[in-house]
Design a protein. Structure first.
Length: 150
């Protein structure tokens, strides 16, 4: 459950593609420039998102990346799992030990806490779409423009 630059950059790149959805493929150098992501690292992230069928790539002079489905159909959870696997390691919840004698009441309580945390993270990530992030972005841009007009 350790979120890193990998997940942050992956979400930022996905949101960048969502902002430009419907306007054709976006080149990695453009995303990298706008988002401050090293281009080689971005290419690795986009390759993982392509394997997960979150983005599609187009080769050639006008090529680049685009979302494979509308932003309303792509969740934050899908993106995070495509980049890093499970959101909370399973062994924290189920126990990585086959020795049942180690299942003290304290261990069982803590596993249930990890289970609750996993459920909360999953619920948030799987119910938050790129469209939700676009809506948040629009709202924050309106707040900034409102402040500039005062």
């Amino acid at each position: 459950m350790n979120f890193t630059q990998k997940e942050d950059y992956g979400l930022r790149a996905s949101l960048d593609l969502a902002v430009r959805a419907g306007s054709g493929p976006v080149q990695t150098r453009d995303i990298a420039s706008r988002q401050g992501i090293p281009e080689q690292f971005l290419e690795q992230l986009l390759a993982a998102l392509r394997r997960a069928e979150i983005v599609r790539s187009t080769r050639g002079a006008g090529g680049g990346y685009a979302l494979s489905t509308p932003p309303s159909q792509i969740t934050v959870g899908q993106i995070l799992r495509a980049l890093s696997g499970p959101l909370v390691p399973t062994e924290l919840v189920s126990g990585g030990n086959d020795d049942a004698s180690l299942d003290t009441s304290e261990v069982l309580v803590i596993r249930s806490v990890w289970g609750d945390i996993r459920s909360s993270i999953r619920a948030f990530a799987d119910n938050t779409t790129l469209q939700d992030l676009l809506d948040r972005r629009s709202a924050s841009m309106k707040d900034v423009s409102f402040m500039m007009n005062i």
